[in-house]
Design a protein around this ligand. Structure first.
Ligand code: ZN
Length: 457
């Protein structure tokens, strides 16, 4: 499929009759399923009773991360992709943003809901999702806001991790080697006062980052400590919750806030339109918000999780893959005129923990775990006003004491750097606890959770 056709279809989607779009989507889905059955040994087994020419969506088994992850080698459709080689490739920072085996993009999930998972994307995925970004997300903003030869761009990232964001950031720096002084990369684990100081000094026109951190920066701006006036704020990776969005709009006037609801597993799922509402990229993504029993939720109901299918990635087919996001399909049409499904993404149980009246976004802790391999699963839990517990499942080969000491030193730096000097960080014998709702494991929880909403409203 040539690029011009991909772009043209995206441009005319809203003017195309619904039945034509749905038929096109169904053809894409069948093609993906045929390819998956023929080339992925794991999916051939999973779909052995499914006829790719005659099936209904609900008939397809759900891809659960815990099941798919150990079968990476058989999940991918190209036998040239070897798990050990992929891991070695990702471990070398020199390879960041370079093609794997000369043709694939290799990245990992950010680890906000568990340990990083390796994802491979092919050429079609890159072209389709690149076009969705260019046309739908960035199509209505002045292009110079993303050009470091014209404006200053700051991004708060998981530094040196092969996440989609850091790869894009690396590409931007390579594209503009003459303008590196206009590109600032900040780390998610830097203390908030330090981020504020650096941003005040840099004065970005464009600010990109994680939703939970942007929410905290909005509070810093309202309290008068952050003194920047960006024209564009771009939230990616985590979901920008309604609360964080209203805090940003309140704190930064005359600033466009764009929300890109994406996942390493499926790419660009939904994007904000001119009205600031999120529309699903229905031409290439199928999104099924489901309840605890995996039944589709009705309009305006909030889902327990969501199943996503990406019709553009043939090398690691993502079909009815479960993401632990809570989605509300909206029934009202949007003022922008788009017919694509409107959704609201609701926050997870706790996007922040609060110590000594200081908000710390969960990403601050989860990004640490990318730097410190050695646990199978983990959880940071605020169990008292000034106590943070670390719960983990360790493989036999990990020296627990050495691991916790290394972690404790880094957590101590974060807490002190943010002014939370009275917080006690302890290793707990308790295993990570799943939430009572839906039984899912959250990487960061506050068991004495206070509402973030109260502070920003
Ligand atoms: Zn809209």
């Amino acid at each position: 499929m040539p690029d011009s056709e991909i772009i043209r279809e995206i441009e005319v989607f809203d003017a195309t009759p619904r039945e034509v779009s749905l038929e096109r989507r169904e053809r894409r889905f069948k093609k993906l399923l045929r390819h998956a059955k023929a080339n992925s040994p794991f999916l051939a087994r999973l779909y052995r009773d499914v006829d790719p020419e005659d099936f209904s969506l609900s008939q397809l088994p759900i891809q659960e991360r815990a099941i798919m992850e150990p079968h990476f080698q058989e999940w991918v459709t190209d036998p040239a992709i070897r798990m050990e080689e992929a891991k070695a490739f990702l471990a070398n920072p020199e390879n960041m943003a370079n093609p794997f085996l000369g043709k694939y993009s290799l990245l990992t999930t950010s680890g906000t809901s568990g340990l990083p998972l390796i994802m491979v994307r092919d050429h079609l995925h890159r072209r389709v999702h690149g076009a969705l970004r260019q046309k739908r997300l960035l199509g209505h903003i002045p292009p110079e806001l993303l050009r470091p030869d014209r404006n200053r761009i700051a991004a708060i990232l998981l530094q040196n991790s092969p996440s989609a964001n850091f790869i894009s950031f690396t590409r931007l720096k390579r594209l503009f080697p003459e303008n590196l002084e206009n590109i600032l990369g900040l780390s998610t684990i830097e203390p908030i006062p330090e981020l504020v100081r650096k941003l005040n000094e840099f004065q970005p026109a464009t600010l990109c980052g994680y939703s939970s951190l942007l929410g905290v920066l909005a509070l810093e701006k309202m309290h008068g400590r952050l003194e920047i006036a960006p024209s564009l704020i771009l939230s990616t990776a985590e979901q920008l919750t309604k609360t964080a969005l209203s805090a940003l709009s309140k704190a930064f006037s005359d600033c466009t806030v764009l929300n890109d609801y994406c996942a390493a597993e499926a790419g660009e799922i939904a994007m904000s339109c001119r009205c600031g509402k999120l529309h699903v990229n229905e031409d290439w993504i199928i999104l099924e918000p489901v309840d605890e029993e995996d039944r589709p939720v009705t309009s305006m109901e909030i889902s327990d999780s969501v199943l996503v299918s990406d019709l553009s990635n043939f090398v690691q087919p993502v079909i009815r893959y479960r993401l632990d996001d809570r989605i509300q399909p909206m029934s009202k049409p949007c003022r922008c005129g788009s017919k694509r499904q409107l959704i609201t993404v609701h926050g997870r149980e706790a996007d922040v923990v609060i110590f000594e009246n200081i908000l710390l976004p969960s990403v601050v802790f989860t990004s640490l775990m990318n730097e410190l391999p050695g646990v199978l699963s983990y959880q940071f839990a605020q169990t008292r006003r000034n106590r943070l517990e670390f719960r983990a499942v360790y493989p036999d080969e990990t020296d627990r004491t050495a691991f916790f000491n290394a972690l404790s030193e880094k957590v101590g730096q974060i807490l002190r750097g943010n002014g939370c000097s009275q917080v006690e960080f302890i290793a707990s014998d308790t295993l990570p606890k799943s939430s009572s709702r839906g039984g899912k494991l959250k990487s960061v929880i506050s068991e004495i959770w206070q509402s973030f909403e109260e502070e920003v409203s």
